[in-house]
Design a binder for this molecule. Structure first.
Ligand code: ZN
Length: 495
């Protein structure tokens, strides 16, 4: 049913042009692992941050399935209607929603996959492997097929940041999920600890249940290891191996809550999801491109590192890089690539609510001597700021400040893209396609999460009385089911 919903979504006259449905493989029992991408030009590569949401990694934690459906609907509607809080999230970034990572577990209403493996303990672990480098965290070949598909997808797409939905508590959990002593409950700080706290708080502050929960002292966030250590989790692998800032969301204290609670759960998580996206994309972080100073070609595979933070990201195929960075501080940033002089720029201040744009033009080494090094930053020079193009801009604004040059290849590509936006800013309401609210209706059926239907509003009017009775019946059944499962399963692992 979720597949049907996604197909309807992508074939819809309004959402179709800004969405793409694709499969990243199959589950153990052959169910498709479907991803819905939302962006203004889903089939055209663009130098933009990529964001992903993974739902239902634990089969008996289905709320995320519905949250991604609601999010897709909101992004489509907000972009179509020109909502200033939503449109930049479609125009200036690309969001990929994995509707369910564990459809077999969902079908059986159990935590593990069909082979009774917990997928959130199935990833290569930095502490068990003794390496926090991508090469040391490569697939072993023993991962479950669902895990392997998600790993391959994450390494291929190079997401900037990501969220994963769970149930069993109210909190945002951030890396590390364990320290060197994998049994220790001591706080285990990731190199980007400050940025992780900033991202996690951005979400939690907008979720009233998280802020009210006394288990986490009303802070709404927790370091993973400090809560309880996890090895083989998806979160730390994402950060160290796939270079994606990953947060683990716990959005419901009880697992598999009644269907009738889904609209309220959406209201509680909607703001946090949008705020996280804003901080990752149009309203925060460090974004830019690296080109060859002589020829102007984009330079994929360039390492970009913030001084003092032992973590690097690399430019993608278009030469662009993106990384969240906590605002309010001065940073030095270094770009390095084998065969080129490393370049460091700074101090640069990332300001609250703004994204910092920084473009490097690297100069080839050695005047044709052919001598190359490993591209490490040990020989970094500290040129003046004019060697790189820097600007900052607020979320959603296209107003540039500072020395951002329109001749820059990436800026030019963005401008051309904006000019060719799917919906021009001056489009009249008559010129627009009917809004989703007019032509679609989303409804849960059968007590199964994300068994979503889209129907014409006229049909819904006729069916609404019947639907109300059915929903009430389902809510009662759902509560009974939850009560039963609680009795049978006194020990619950939330993450
Ligand atoms: Zn879970």
């Amino acid at each position: 049913m979720q597949e049907a919903w996604a197909r309807n979504f992508t074939s819809h006259e309004t959402c179709g042009p800004i969405s793409r449905l694709y499969e990243i493989g199959r589950s153990t029992e052959g169910r498709p692992l479907l991803v819905l991408e939302i962006s203004d030009r889903p089939t055209v590569p663009e130098p933009e941050p990529k964001f992903k949401v993974v739902a239902n990694i634990h089969g008996n934690e289905p709320v995320g399935r519905q949250m991604v459906v609601y999010l897709a609907d909101l992004l489509c509607r907000g972009f179509t209607e020109g909502d200033p809080a939503v449109a930049p999230l479609v125009r200036d970034m690309r969001t990929h929603l994995l509707l369910s990572m564990n459809p077999d577990g969902f079908a059986k209403k159990k935590r593990e996959n069909a082979r009774s493996r917990d997928l959130n303990r199935d990833f290569p672990d930095p502490n068990l492997r003794g390496s926090h480098e991508p090469a040391g965290l490569a697939p072993s070949g023993n991962e479950q097929v669902e895990t392997r598909n998600v790993m391959d997808w994450s390494l291929r797409e190079k997401f900037t940041a990501s969220l994963a939905f769970h149930e069993g508590a109210f909190v945002v959990n951030y890396p590390n999920d364990a320290g060197k002593d994998i049994r220790s409950r001591a706080y285990s700080a990731a190199p980007d600890d400050e940025t992780f706290k900033w991202l996690a708080l951005g979400y939690a502050r907008l979720n009233p249940n998280m802020m009210a929960d006394k288990e986490f002292n009303g802070r709404g966030i927790t370091n993973g290891a400090e809560w309880y250590p996890v090895t083989g989790g998806m979160q730390d692998w994402n950060y160290y191996a796939a270079k994606s800032f990953d947060l683990t969301l716990e959005v419901s204290s009880r697992k598999w809550p009644p269907t009738g609670e889904l609209p309220r759960l959406w209201q509680e998580n909607r703001g946090g999801m949008l705020e996280t996206m804003r901080r990752v994309g149009p309203g925060g972080g460090l974004h830019g491109g690296v080109t060859d100073a002589a020829g102007g070609d984009a330079l994929p595979g360039t390492r970009v590192q913030v001084d003092g933070i032992d973590w690097t990201t690399e430019t993608g195929s278009l030469g662009d890089f993106h990384r969240p960075l906590v605002p309010g501080k001065g940073y030095f940033v270094t770009a390095s690539l084998a065969g080129y002089e490393a370049q460091t720029v700074g101090p640069l201040e990332v300001r609250e609510g703004e994204r910092l744009e920084l473009d490097f033009k690297l100069v080839k080494k050695g005047g044709g001597s052919g001598k190359e090094d490993d591209g490490a930053t040990t020989s970094a020079t500290r040129p003046s700021r004019t060697d790189a193009l820097v600007s900052s801009r607020g979320g959603g604004s296209v107003e540039g400040k500072g020395g951002f040059s329109s001749t820059n290849a990436i800026a030019a590509a963005k401008e051309a893209r904006d000019a060719a936006a799917v919906l021009p800013a001056d489009a009249t309401p008559q010129a627009r396609a009917p809004s989703l609210a007019d032509s679609l209706h989303i409804q849960s059926v059968g007590g199964q999460y994300t068994d979503m239907l889209m129907r014409r509003s006229s049909a819904i009017t006729a069916l609404s009385a019947v639907g109300l009775v059915v929903l009430l019946f389902m809510a009662v059944q759902g509560r009974r089911a939850v009560r039963r499962s609680r009795v049978q399963r006194p020990v619950q692992l939330p993450v």
